[in-house]
Ligand binder design. Structure first.
Ligand code: ATP
Ligand code: MG
Length: 436
Protein backbone atom coordinates (compact mmCIF):
# COMPACT_ATOMS: atom_id res chain seq x y z
CA UNK A 1 0.00 0.00 0.00
CA UNK A 2 1.22 3.48 -0.88
CA UNK A 3 2.74 5.27 2.11
CA UNK A 4 3.03 9.07 2.57
CA UNK A 5 6.84 8.98 2.37
CA UNK A 6 6.74 7.21 -1.04
CA UNK A 7 5.57 10.39 -2.75
CA UNK A 8 8.24 12.73 -1.30
CA UNK A 9 10.06 14.61 -4.07
CA UNK A 10 13.85 15.09 -3.96
CA UNK A 11 15.17 18.62 -4.41
CA UNK A 12 18.71 19.81 -5.07
CA UNK A 13 18.58 22.51 -2.38
CA UNK A 14 16.85 25.65 -1.20
CA UNK A 15 15.16 27.88 -3.77
CA UNK A 16 16.36 31.47 -3.40
CA UNK A 17 16.23 32.95 -6.92
CA UNK A 18 13.07 34.93 -7.78
CA UNK A 19 11.25 33.49 -10.79
CA UNK A 20 11.14 35.74 -13.86
CA UNK A 21 7.62 34.49 -14.72
CA UNK A 22 4.99 37.18 -14.45
CA UNK A 23 2.56 35.35 -12.23
CA UNK A 24 0.68 36.41 -9.12
CA UNK A 25 1.13 35.50 -5.51
CA UNK A 26 -1.74 33.65 -3.94
CA UNK A 27 -4.38 34.88 -3.33
CA UNK A 28 -3.93 37.82 -5.68
CA UNK A 29 -7.09 38.11 -7.79
CA UNK A 30 -7.16 38.10 -11.57
CA UNK A 31 -3.58 36.85 -12.15
CA UNK A 32 -2.64 33.18 -12.55
CA UNK A 33 -0.67 32.35 -9.42
CA UNK A 34 2.59 30.59 -8.71
CA UNK A 35 2.10 27.18 -7.15
CA UNK A 36 3.23 26.85 -3.58
CA UNK A 37 5.83 24.21 -2.82
CA UNK A 38 3.52 22.84 -0.14
CA UNK A 39 0.50 22.40 -2.47
CA UNK A 40 -0.61 18.77 -2.69
CA UNK A 41 -3.03 16.56 -4.68
CA UNK A 42 -4.93 13.90 -2.81
CA UNK A 43 -4.21 10.32 -3.92
CA UNK A 44 -7.72 9.08 -3.12
CA UNK A 45 -10.65 11.34 -3.86
CA UNK A 46 -13.22 8.69 -3.02
CA UNK A 47 -13.67 7.51 0.51
CA UNK A 48 -15.92 5.14 2.38
CA UNK A 49 -16.32 5.60 6.13
CA UNK A 50 -17.27 1.91 6.38
CA UNK A 51 -13.84 0.81 5.13
CA UNK A 52 -10.71 0.68 7.27
CA UNK A 53 -8.89 4.02 7.16
CA UNK A 54 -5.88 4.19 4.87
CA UNK A 55 -3.04 6.64 5.51
CA UNK A 56 -3.64 9.97 3.77
CA UNK A 57 -1.32 10.08 0.76
CA UNK A 58 -0.71 13.16 -1.39
CA UNK A 59 1.30 13.97 -4.50
CA UNK A 60 3.22 17.21 -4.77
CA UNK A 61 1.38 19.58 -7.08
CA UNK A 62 3.30 20.56 -10.22
CA UNK A 63 3.53 24.15 -11.40
CA UNK A 64 5.70 27.25 -11.52
CA UNK A 65 7.41 28.11 -8.24
CA UNK A 66 7.93 31.67 -7.09
CA UNK A 67 11.51 30.96 -6.06
CA UNK A 68 13.89 28.87 -8.14
CA UNK A 69 16.93 26.75 -7.39
CA UNK A 70 18.66 27.74 -10.63
CA UNK A 71 19.38 31.25 -11.87
CA UNK A 72 17.74 31.03 -15.32
CA UNK A 73 20.26 33.42 -16.89
CA UNK A 74 23.04 30.93 -16.15
CA UNK A 75 21.26 27.70 -17.00
CA UNK A 76 22.22 25.23 -19.68
CA UNK A 77 19.38 22.78 -20.28
CA UNK A 78 19.20 19.58 -22.32
CA UNK A 79 16.38 17.43 -23.67
CA UNK A 80 16.59 13.77 -24.68
CA UNK A 81 13.98 11.45 -26.21
CA UNK A 82 14.38 7.66 -25.85
CA UNK A 83 12.56 4.42 -26.66
CA UNK A 84 9.88 3.87 -29.32
CA UNK A 85 8.04 6.60 -31.18
CA UNK A 86 4.90 8.07 -29.72
CA UNK A 87 2.70 10.90 -31.05
CA UNK A 88 3.58 14.17 -29.30
CA UNK A 89 7.35 13.83 -28.83
CA UNK A 90 8.03 16.89 -30.97
CA UNK A 91 5.33 18.86 -29.13
CA UNK A 92 7.10 18.16 -25.82
CA UNK A 93 10.50 19.16 -27.22
CA UNK A 94 9.07 22.35 -28.69
CA UNK A 95 7.08 23.48 -25.65
CA UNK A 96 9.91 22.68 -23.22
CA UNK A 97 12.30 24.71 -25.34
CA UNK A 98 9.89 27.63 -25.70
CA UNK A 99 9.19 27.72 -21.95
CA UNK A 100 12.91 27.70 -21.15
CA UNK A 101 13.83 30.19 -23.85
CA UNK A 102 11.07 32.77 -23.81
CA UNK A 103 9.56 32.54 -20.33
CA UNK A 104 12.59 31.75 -18.16
CA UNK A 105 15.16 33.39 -20.44
CA UNK A 106 17.48 30.38 -20.40
CA UNK A 107 20.32 31.14 -22.84
CA UNK A 108 21.15 27.63 -24.03
CA UNK A 109 19.01 24.55 -24.60
CA UNK A 110 20.60 21.48 -26.17
CA UNK A 111 18.80 18.68 -27.93
CA UNK A 112 20.71 15.45 -27.29
CA UNK A 113 20.68 13.10 -30.27
CA UNK A 114 19.35 9.54 -30.51
CA UNK A 115 18.35 8.81 -26.94
CA UNK A 116 20.85 8.08 -24.18
CA UNK A 117 23.46 7.37 -26.87
CA UNK A 118 23.60 11.18 -27.14
CA UNK A 119 25.13 11.29 -23.63
CA UNK A 120 27.96 8.93 -24.47
CA UNK A 121 30.71 10.80 -26.35
CA UNK A 122 32.09 7.50 -27.71
CA UNK A 123 28.98 7.01 -29.85
CA UNK A 124 27.15 10.35 -29.72
CA UNK A 125 26.19 12.61 -32.56
CA UNK A 126 26.89 16.21 -31.47
CA UNK A 127 23.95 17.85 -29.64
CA UNK A 128 21.70 20.25 -31.50
CA UNK A 129 21.49 23.77 -30.12
CA UNK A 130 17.75 24.43 -30.12
CA UNK A 131 16.46 27.72 -31.50
CA UNK A 132 12.98 29.11 -32.12
CA UNK A 133 13.55 28.58 -35.86
CA UNK A 134 14.57 24.97 -35.39
CA UNK A 135 11.49 24.05 -33.36
CA UNK A 136 9.10 26.28 -35.31
CA UNK A 137 7.03 23.64 -37.08
CA UNK A 138 8.25 20.39 -35.54
CA UNK A 139 4.94 19.80 -33.73
CA UNK A 140 3.28 19.32 -37.11
CA UNK A 141 5.41 16.22 -37.70
CA UNK A 142 5.37 12.80 -36.08
CA UNK A 143 8.50 11.15 -34.71
CA UNK A 144 11.18 13.07 -32.81
CA UNK A 145 13.42 15.69 -34.34
CA UNK A 146 16.17 14.68 -31.88
CA UNK A 147 16.10 11.02 -32.87
CA UNK A 148 15.72 8.18 -30.40
CA UNK A 149 17.35 4.85 -29.58
CA UNK A 150 17.19 1.84 -27.34
CA UNK A 151 20.07 0.16 -25.59
CA UNK A 152 21.95 0.98 -22.38
CA UNK A 153 24.73 3.52 -21.85
CA UNK A 154 27.02 3.51 -18.79
CA UNK A 155 25.59 5.88 -16.17
CA UNK A 156 29.06 7.13 -15.11
CA UNK A 157 29.77 8.15 -18.70
CA UNK A 158 26.43 9.94 -19.03
CA UNK A 159 26.95 11.89 -15.80
CA UNK A 160 30.54 12.74 -16.83
CA UNK A 161 29.04 14.09 -20.05
CA UNK A 162 26.46 16.25 -18.25
CA UNK A 163 29.08 17.59 -15.82
CA UNK A 164 31.69 18.30 -18.50
CA UNK A 165 29.15 20.11 -20.68
CA UNK A 166 27.91 22.19 -17.74
CA UNK A 167 24.34 20.94 -18.16
CA UNK A 168 22.19 21.97 -15.17
CA UNK A 169 18.94 20.35 -16.07
CA UNK A 170 18.07 17.32 -18.12
CA UNK A 171 14.58 16.55 -19.37
CA UNK A 172 14.15 12.85 -20.24
CA UNK A 173 11.16 12.06 -22.44
CA UNK A 174 10.46 8.35 -22.58
CA UNK A 175 8.83 5.25 -21.19
CA UNK A 176 9.62 2.97 -18.29
CA UNK A 177 13.12 2.21 -19.58
CA UNK A 178 13.90 5.89 -20.06
CA UNK A 179 12.62 6.70 -16.59
CA UNK A 180 14.81 3.94 -15.10
CA UNK A 181 17.72 5.49 -16.96
CA UNK A 182 16.77 8.93 -15.63
CA UNK A 183 16.62 7.52 -12.11
CA UNK A 184 20.15 6.07 -12.47
CA UNK A 185 21.44 9.40 -13.75
CA UNK A 186 19.71 11.37 -10.96
CA UNK A 187 21.06 9.00 -8.29
CA UNK A 188 24.60 9.14 -9.66
CA UNK A 189 24.36 12.95 -9.80
CA UNK A 190 23.32 13.05 -6.13
CA UNK A 191 26.05 10.55 -5.16
CA UNK A 192 28.63 12.87 -6.69
CA UNK A 193 27.12 15.92 -4.98
CA UNK A 194 26.45 17.58 -8.35
CA UNK A 195 23.60 20.04 -8.88
CA UNK A 196 21.87 18.71 -11.97
CA UNK A 197 18.08 18.34 -12.03
CA UNK A 198 16.74 15.27 -13.87
CA UNK A 199 13.04 15.46 -14.71
CA UNK A 200 11.05 12.92 -16.73
CA UNK A 201 8.11 13.37 -19.06
CA UNK A 202 6.42 9.97 -19.22
CA UNK A 203 5.94 8.75 -22.77
CA UNK A 204 4.12 5.53 -23.18
CA UNK A 205 1.52 5.04 -25.81
CA UNK A 206 0.29 2.09 -23.73
CA UNK A 207 -0.60 4.44 -20.80
CA UNK A 208 0.92 1.97 -18.33
CA UNK A 209 2.91 4.27 -16.00
CA UNK A 210 1.99 3.78 -12.35
CA UNK A 211 0.45 6.72 -10.46
CA UNK A 212 0.04 8.69 -13.69
CA UNK A 213 -3.52 8.66 -14.97
CA UNK A 214 -2.70 9.58 -18.55
CA UNK A 215 0.42 9.62 -20.70
CA UNK A 216 0.73 11.54 -23.95
CA UNK A 217 0.16 9.87 -27.29
CA UNK A 218 -2.50 7.50 -26.07
CA UNK A 219 -5.47 9.62 -27.18
CA UNK A 220 -3.95 10.01 -30.66
CA UNK A 221 -3.35 6.25 -30.75
CA UNK A 222 -6.99 5.66 -29.82
CA UNK A 223 -8.12 8.00 -32.62
CA UNK A 224 -5.99 6.16 -35.17
CA UNK A 225 -6.92 2.71 -33.87
CA UNK A 226 -10.56 3.67 -34.10
CA UNK A 227 -10.15 4.50 -37.80
CA UNK A 228 -8.66 1.06 -38.34
CA UNK A 229 -11.47 -0.60 -36.38
CA UNK A 230 -14.03 1.18 -38.53
CA UNK A 231 -12.21 -0.03 -41.66
CA UNK A 232 -12.11 -3.56 -40.22
CA UNK A 233 -15.83 -3.34 -39.57
CA UNK A 234 -16.53 -2.36 -43.19
CA UNK A 235 -14.36 -5.22 -44.42
CA UNK A 236 -16.01 -7.70 -42.07
CA UNK A 237 -19.56 -6.66 -42.93
CA UNK A 238 -18.90 -6.78 -46.65
CA UNK A 239 -17.81 -10.43 -46.62
CA UNK A 240 -19.88 -13.50 -45.78
CA UNK A 241 -18.69 -14.48 -42.30
CA UNK A 242 -16.12 -11.71 -42.47
CA UNK A 243 -13.83 -11.21 -39.48
CA UNK A 244 -11.90 -7.94 -39.09
CA UNK A 245 -8.99 -8.71 -36.80
CA UNK A 246 -6.98 -5.68 -35.58
CA UNK A 247 -3.84 -5.80 -33.46
CA UNK A 248 -3.08 -2.66 -31.44
CA UNK A 249 -0.31 -1.64 -29.02
CA UNK A 250 -0.44 -2.80 -25.43
CA UNK A 251 2.38 -5.06 -24.25
CA UNK A 252 1.16 -5.24 -20.68
CA UNK A 253 -1.93 -3.06 -20.57
CA UNK A 254 -5.02 -3.00 -22.77
CA UNK A 255 -5.93 0.70 -22.53
CA UNK A 256 -5.69 1.39 -26.28
CA UNK A 257 -7.73 -1.71 -27.17
CA UNK A 258 -10.36 -0.88 -24.55
CA UNK A 259 -10.65 2.81 -25.38
CA UNK A 260 -10.62 2.33 -29.15
CA UNK A 261 -13.43 -0.21 -28.67
CA UNK A 262 -15.50 2.36 -26.84
CA UNK A 263 -14.71 5.06 -29.40
CA UNK A 264 -15.59 2.83 -32.36
CA UNK A 265 -18.59 0.98 -30.91
CA UNK A 266 -18.19 -1.60 -33.70
CA UNK A 267 -16.05 -4.15 -31.87
CA UNK A 268 -17.46 -7.51 -30.83
CA UNK A 269 -14.45 -8.94 -29.01
CA UNK A 270 -11.78 -6.96 -27.18
CA UNK A 271 -8.82 -9.04 -26.05
CA UNK A 272 -6.47 -7.46 -23.50
CA UNK A 273 -3.49 -8.83 -21.55
CA UNK A 274 -5.29 -8.38 -18.23
CA UNK A 275 -7.99 -10.94 -19.11
CA UNK A 276 -6.46 -14.39 -19.85
CA UNK A 277 -7.44 -15.65 -23.28
CA UNK A 278 -8.75 -19.19 -23.58
CA UNK A 279 -9.21 -20.29 -27.18
CA UNK A 280 -10.69 -23.76 -26.84
CA UNK A 281 -13.72 -25.25 -25.08
CA UNK A 282 -17.42 -24.41 -25.36
CA UNK A 283 -16.97 -21.06 -23.65
CA UNK A 284 -13.60 -20.29 -25.17
CA UNK A 285 -13.03 -17.46 -27.64
CA UNK A 286 -13.15 -19.55 -30.83
CA UNK A 287 -16.50 -21.17 -30.12
CA UNK A 288 -17.94 -17.83 -28.99
CA UNK A 289 -16.76 -16.30 -32.26
CA UNK A 290 -18.25 -19.20 -34.24
CA UNK A 291 -21.64 -18.67 -32.60
CA UNK A 292 -21.42 -14.96 -33.40
CA UNK A 293 -20.62 -15.68 -37.07
CA UNK A 294 -23.53 -18.08 -37.40
CA UNK A 295 -25.86 -15.50 -35.87
CA UNK A 296 -24.59 -12.30 -37.50
CA UNK A 297 -22.17 -13.33 -40.30
CA UNK A 298 -19.48 -10.82 -39.35
CA UNK A 299 -17.34 -9.87 -36.37
CA UNK A 300 -14.70 -7.31 -35.38
CA UNK A 301 -11.94 -8.44 -33.03
CA UNK A 302 -9.31 -6.17 -31.47
CA UNK A 303 -6.35 -7.79 -29.80
CA UNK A 304 -3.64 -6.02 -27.78
CA UNK A 305 -0.11 -7.13 -28.68
CA UNK A 306 0.60 -8.54 -25.21
CA UNK A 307 -2.37 -10.94 -25.24
CA UNK A 308 -1.94 -14.69 -25.03
CA UNK A 309 1.65 -14.99 -23.82
CA UNK A 310 0.67 -18.27 -22.21
CA UNK A 311 -0.68 -19.54 -25.56
CA UNK A 312 2.55 -18.58 -27.31
CA UNK A 313 4.76 -20.00 -24.57
CA UNK A 314 6.49 -22.40 -26.97
CA UNK A 315 7.42 -19.65 -29.43
CA UNK A 316 10.90 -18.06 -29.30
CA UNK A 317 11.00 -14.77 -27.36
CA UNK A 318 13.22 -12.07 -28.86
CA UNK A 319 14.44 -9.01 -26.97
CA UNK A 320 15.00 -5.50 -28.26
CA UNK A 321 18.23 -3.50 -27.85
CA UNK A 322 17.11 -2.37 -24.38
CA UNK A 323 16.53 -5.96 -23.28
CA UNK A 324 12.72 -5.70 -23.30
CA UNK A 325 11.08 -9.01 -24.30
CA UNK A 326 9.29 -8.76 -27.63
CA UNK A 327 6.29 -11.03 -27.31
CA UNK A 328 5.69 -13.46 -30.18
CA UNK A 329 3.16 -12.02 -32.60
CA UNK A 330 -0.36 -12.80 -31.39
CA UNK A 331 -2.02 -11.36 -34.54
CA UNK A 332 -1.09 -13.94 -37.21
CA UNK A 333 -1.31 -16.70 -34.59
CA UNK A 334 -4.89 -15.75 -33.78
CA UNK A 335 -5.79 -15.41 -37.44
CA UNK A 336 -4.54 -18.95 -38.10
CA UNK A 337 -6.38 -20.39 -35.15
CA UNK A 338 -9.64 -18.71 -36.23
CA UNK A 339 -9.30 -20.08 -39.78
CA UNK A 340 -8.41 -23.60 -38.54
CA UNK A 341 -11.27 -23.67 -36.05
CA UNK A 342 -13.92 -22.55 -38.54
CA UNK A 343 -12.59 -25.02 -41.13
CA UNK A 344 -12.87 -27.82 -38.59
CA UNK A 345 -16.58 -27.02 -38.12
CA UNK A 346 -17.22 -26.38 -41.80
CA UNK A 347 -17.94 -22.68 -41.25
CA UNK A 348 -16.62 -20.54 -44.11
CA UNK A 349 -14.72 -17.51 -42.84
CA UNK A 350 -12.91 -14.56 -44.42
CA UNK A 351 -10.40 -13.02 -41.97
CA UNK A 352 -8.89 -9.59 -42.78
CA UNK A 353 -5.93 -8.89 -40.52
CA UNK A 354 -4.75 -5.33 -39.71
CA UNK A 355 -1.50 -4.43 -37.90
CA UNK A 356 -1.33 -0.62 -37.79
CA UNK A 357 1.25 -0.29 -34.97
CA UNK A 358 3.98 1.66 -36.76
CA UNK A 359 1.44 3.80 -38.57
CA UNK A 360 -0.09 4.77 -35.24
CA UNK A 361 3.19 5.46 -33.42
CA UNK A 362 4.56 7.83 -35.99
CA UNK A 363 1.67 10.23 -36.61
CA UNK A 364 1.57 13.79 -35.20
CA UNK A 365 -0.36 14.34 -31.97
CA UNK A 366 -4.07 15.12 -32.21
CA UNK A 367 -5.38 18.34 -30.64
CA UNK A 368 -6.05 16.76 -27.28
CA UNK A 369 -2.54 15.31 -27.02
CA UNK A 370 -0.99 18.52 -28.35
CA UNK A 371 -2.61 20.48 -25.52
CA UNK A 372 -1.56 17.83 -23.01
CA UNK A 373 2.06 17.70 -24.26
CA UNK A 374 2.34 21.46 -24.00
CA UNK A 375 1.30 21.39 -20.34
CA UNK A 376 3.49 18.39 -19.48
CA UNK A 377 6.56 20.00 -21.04
CA UNK A 378 6.07 23.32 -19.28
CA UNK A 379 5.49 21.58 -15.95
CA UNK A 380 8.70 19.60 -16.44
CA UNK A 381 10.57 22.88 -16.95
CA UNK A 382 8.99 24.45 -13.85
CA UNK A 383 9.98 21.43 -11.77
CA UNK A 384 13.56 21.40 -13.02
CA UNK A 385 14.01 25.17 -12.50
CA UNK A 386 12.91 24.68 -8.90
CA UNK A 387 15.60 22.01 -8.45
CA UNK A 388 13.25 19.02 -8.33
CA UNK A 389 15.02 15.87 -9.42
CA UNK A 390 14.45 12.15 -9.95
CA UNK A 391 10.85 13.09 -10.61
CA UNK A 392 8.33 12.71 -13.40
CA UNK A 393 5.41 14.95 -14.33
CA UNK A 394 2.13 13.15 -13.78
CA UNK A 395 -1.58 13.81 -13.88
CA UNK A 396 -3.78 12.69 -11.02
CA UNK A 397 -7.44 13.47 -10.51
CA UNK A 398 -7.09 15.99 -13.32
CA UNK A 399 -4.26 17.95 -11.66
CA UNK A 400 -0.62 17.96 -12.76
CA UNK A 401 1.63 16.35 -10.16
CA UNK A 402 5.25 15.46 -9.47
CA UNK A 403 5.81 11.74 -8.91
CA UNK A 404 9.18 10.38 -7.73
CA UNK A 405 10.59 8.26 -10.56
CA UNK A 406 11.24 5.24 -8.27
CA UNK A 407 7.51 5.20 -7.51
CA UNK A 408 6.48 5.65 -11.15
CA UNK A 409 8.63 2.67 -12.24
CA UNK A 410 7.71 0.47 -9.27
CA UNK A 411 5.23 -1.46 -11.42
CA UNK A 412 2.94 -1.09 -14.40
CA UNK A 413 -0.54 0.31 -14.50
CA UNK A 414 -3.20 -2.07 -15.85
CA UNK A 415 -6.81 -2.04 -16.95
CA UNK A 416 -8.72 -3.27 -13.90
CA UNK A 417 -10.96 -6.16 -15.06
CA UNK A 418 -13.27 -5.23 -12.17
CA UNK A 419 -13.19 -1.50 -12.94
CA UNK A 420 -15.42 0.90 -14.89
CA UNK A 421 -13.41 0.93 -18.15
CA UNK A 422 -13.63 -2.83 -18.62
CA UNK A 423 -17.28 -2.81 -17.53
CA UNK A 424 -18.03 -0.32 -20.34
CA UNK A 425 -16.17 -2.51 -22.83
CA UNK A 426 -18.20 -5.56 -21.82
CA UNK A 427 -21.41 -3.57 -22.10
CA UNK A 428 -20.51 -2.33 -25.56
CA UNK A 429 -19.15 -5.57 -27.07
CA UNK A 430 -21.49 -7.98 -25.35
CA UNK A 431 -18.60 -10.39 -24.84
CA UNK A 432 -18.38 -12.52 -21.70
CA UNK A 433 -16.28 -11.13 -18.81
CA UNK A 434 -13.79 -13.99 -19.17
CA UNK A 435 -13.12 -17.06 -21.31
CA UNK A 436 -13.57 -19.90 -18.84
P1 ATP B 1 8.98 2.56 -24.82
O1 ATP B 1 8.99 1.24 -24.15
O2 ATP B 1 7.73 3.34 -24.65
O3 ATP B 1 9.39 2.53 -26.23
P2 ATP B 1 11.19 3.07 -23.06
O4 ATP B 1 11.71 4.33 -22.50
O5 ATP B 1 10.69 2.07 -22.07
O6 ATP B 1 10.09 3.49 -24.10
P3 ATP B 1 13.52 1.46 -23.65
O7 ATP B 1 14.13 1.15 -24.97
O8 ATP B 1 13.13 0.34 -22.78
O9 ATP B 1 12.28 2.41 -24.00
O10 ATP B 1 14.52 2.37 -22.81
C1 ATP B 1 14.99 3.62 -23.29
C2 ATP B 1 16.42 3.84 -22.82
O11 ATP B 1 16.51 3.70 -21.39
C3 ATP B 1 17.39 2.85 -23.41
O12 ATP B 1 18.54 3.56 -23.81
C4 ATP B 1 17.66 1.88 -22.26
O13 ATP B 1 18.92 1.29 -22.35
C5 ATP B 1 17.55 2.78 -21.06
N1 ATP B 1 17.23 1.98 -19.87
C6 ATP B 1 16.27 1.05 -19.76
N2 ATP B 1 16.25 0.49 -18.54
C7 ATP B 1 17.25 1.08 -17.83
C8 ATP B 1 17.77 0.93 -16.48
N3 ATP B 1 17.24 0.06 -15.61
N4 ATP B 1 18.80 1.73 -16.12
C9 ATP B 1 19.34 2.58 -16.99
N5 ATP B 1 18.91 2.77 -18.26
C10 ATP B 1 17.88 2.04 -18.69
MG1 MG C 1 9.21 0.51 -22.27
Amino acid sequence: MLQPQDTAVTTLGPCTIPSPLRLGRQPEAGVPPFVSDTARVRFRVECDPACPAEPDVFFEKAGPRERLFFDPRRVRAAIVTCGGLCPGLNNVIRSAFLELHYNYGVPEVLGLRYGYAGLNPAVAEPPLRLTPELVDTIHEEGGTVLGTSRGPQPVEVMVDFLASRGIDLLLCVGGDGTLRGARSIAEEVLRRGLKIAVVGVPKTIDNDVMYVERTFGMQTAVDKAREVLDAAHNEAKSAYNGVGLVKVMGRDAGFIAAMATLASQEVNFTLIPEVPLVLDGPRGFLETLRRRLIARHHAVVVVAEGVGRELLAGEPVETDASGNPKPPDIGPFLKNRIVQHMRKYGVPVDVKYFDPSYLIRSVPANSDDAIFCDALARHAVHAAMAGKTNVVVGLWNGVFTLVPIPLAVSGKKHVDPAGPLWKSVLACTGQPPGWT
